[in-house]
Design a protein around this ligand. Structure first.
Ligand SMILES: NC(=O)c1ccc[n+]([C@@H]2O[C@H](COP(=O)([O-])OP(=O)(O)OC[C@H]3O[C@@H](n4cnc5c(N)ncnc54)[C@H](OP(=O)(O)O)[C@@H]3O)[C@@H](O)[C@H]2O)c1
Length: 456
């Protein structure tokens, strides 16, 4: 950090300076206002833990006149938030605006270019531009921190970078989107359909007015791609996350899953294996899965998030808590700021946002879809006529899919008959092949839905 008061950020000496760490806050919405409240409410204990007080010096948002429930009068106001990066009275820029590009990215780039540490909660920006930002931050010797970008208040990035740092991570998976989890667990509790519960979630503030990013899995995929990079030492590869959301899950799917001993959850999962060329490859998927009732994630209800990390020495670690909200998210943001304050004298915190140097992150090829072994739930809505079941069974047989159980049910008041099956363990590619054989069949009223079953 070029303009830290009195201390040389990379001097390697421990300074006794108690100069405050000076913060510029861009974005005063849910999280930004939460950060102000937290920094004020816990000022004393934070100063003791950080080794110096935290001092917000400048703030910015779109609308200066808006009442945010916090007193902004002690802080300088900047109409143009990107200008905060150049202020002399700022050590750390905290970006809480959002959006992968636009002003948030301009501010982030400017902050690093001016030698300021950058803290952000912006998963979209990190998923798309995290490598570039980390590279320039490392070259400049400034800290880049984004704990709040993944699973809100849960310290899962710190868990991976610090607590599990000695482990080879074998698999990481979890519930990374509170909106989807709220919708699915409410559908489960009430038997209501997706659209109905989504509308209620919007009214209650659990879902955005435009919920597309959440319900189509994009938000969870942003978070998963960030976790994968840290867990497996790979470059962020958001584009390769096989992403599907929850909008096709019906009340009938929830009921059938329940009868079979499962619940349905949107799961983000990443694992690394060796490809045939002997090189590590990365599998990343965000999809609704059937979760066995005895799985660690089966009890994660409502807007809660949870992440399971499987390390080769630590074993299975479960991180669980609030994945969103002003308090939890502010808690993660301020934890990053405290880390930076603690590292001011040594520069230690300026290094390795992704656990190893960004220049050492591998470029891993994406593992092909369907290479995994597993069990799947497949749901068809079919025409109510003879021969349809035989047609489906023939496609399964020809693709090498073995069926463990099958349910057939007329749907009251709806077109078509529901046929749901669970397969024995086999290559997921065989299921894809079976569905390809049925593609275009006039027996199917709508495209089949495949939900993989989360393995142990
Ligand atoms: N909310 C959560 O629980 C949560 C959890 C984890 C991560 N995050 C991430 O945290 C970030 C902030 O989320 P949030 O929920 O606090 O968002 P929010 O409530 O919508 O607040 C966004 C803030 O950014 C300001 N802003 C937007 N565009 C701007 C522009 N062009 N110039 C200046 N200011 C601008 C807004 O100003 P006005 O207020 O004047 O309109 C507002 O204060 C996002 O990246 C989000 O993904 C949020």
């Amino acid at each position: 950090m070029s303009d830290l008061p009195e201390t040389a950020a990379k001097s390697g000496t421990v300074s006794t300076s108690r100069q405050p760490l000076r913060i510029a806050l861009a974005g005063l919405g849910t999280v930004g206002a939460g950060v102000i409240r937290l920094v004020q409410a816990n000022a004393e204990l934070i100063a003791r833990r950080a080794g110096r007080p935290l001092q917000i010096t400048a703030v910015s948002a779109r609308d200066r006149s808006r009442d945010r429930g916090v007193d902004l009068s002690p802080f300088a106001w900047e109409d143009d938030m990107t200008a905060m990066a150049a202020r002399d009275d700022v050590d750390v820029v905290v970006e809480l605006v959002g959006g992968s590009d636009g002003p948030a990215l301009t501010l982030a780039r400017n902050a690093i270019a001016h030698g300021k540490a950058l803290v952000t909660a912006n998963k979209a920006m990190i998923a798309h531009h995290g490598m570039e930002l980390a590279r320039t931050a490392e070259a400049k010797g400034v800290a880049l921190r984004f704990e709040a970008a993944v699973a809100g208040g849960i310290p899962v990035i710190k868990g991976l970078r610090e607590g599990a740092a000695a482990n080879k991570v074998e698999r990481i998976y979890g519930i990374l989107n509170g909106t989807c989890n709220y919708i699915l667990s409410t559908m489960e509790d009430t038997g209501r359909d997706f659209g109905d519960v989504l509308a209620e979630a919007q009214t209650k503030g659990y879902a955005e007015a435009d919920p597309t990013f959440d319900i189509e899995g994009t938000d969870a995929a942003h978070k998963l791609s960030i976790l994968s990079a840290i867990a497996f030492g790979s470059q962020i590869d958001f584009a390769s996350v096989d992403t599907r959301g929850i909008s096709r899950i019906s009340a009938a799917d929830i009921a059938e899953a329940e009868a079979l001993g499962y619940i349905i959850r949107l799961i983000g999962m990443a694992e690394s294996d060796m490809g045939p060329d002997g090189k590590a490859r990365l599998f990343q998927r965000v999809q609704p899965h059937l979760v066995p009732r005895d799985n660690l994630l089966a009890h994660v209800d409502g807007a809660t998030n949870a992440v399971v990390v499987e390390g080769n020495f630590s074993g299975r670690l479960l991180f669980q808590g609030a994945g969103a909200g002003d308090g939890p998210t502010a808690s993660a943001v301020v934890a990053d700021i405290i880390d930076i304050a603690r590292g001011m004298d040594t520069g230690f915190e300026a290094d390795m946002s992704f656990s190893i140097s960004v220049n050492e992150l591998e470029t891993m090829a994406p593992a092909p879809r369907g290479h995994r072994l597993g069990r799947s739930y497949i749901r068809f809505i079919v025409a109510d006529r003879p021969g349809v079941l035989a047609e489906i069974a023939a496609a399964m047989r020809d693709a090498g899919v073995s069926i463990e159980s099958l349910i057939q049910k007329g749907q009251s008041g709806q077109q078509g008959v529901l046929v749901a099956m669970v397969t024995h363990e086999g290559p997921e590619s065989a299921v894809e092949k079976a569905l390809a054989l049925l593609d275009g069949s006039t027996s199917l009223v709508e495209p089949p839905l495949v939900l993989h079953i989360l393995g142990a």
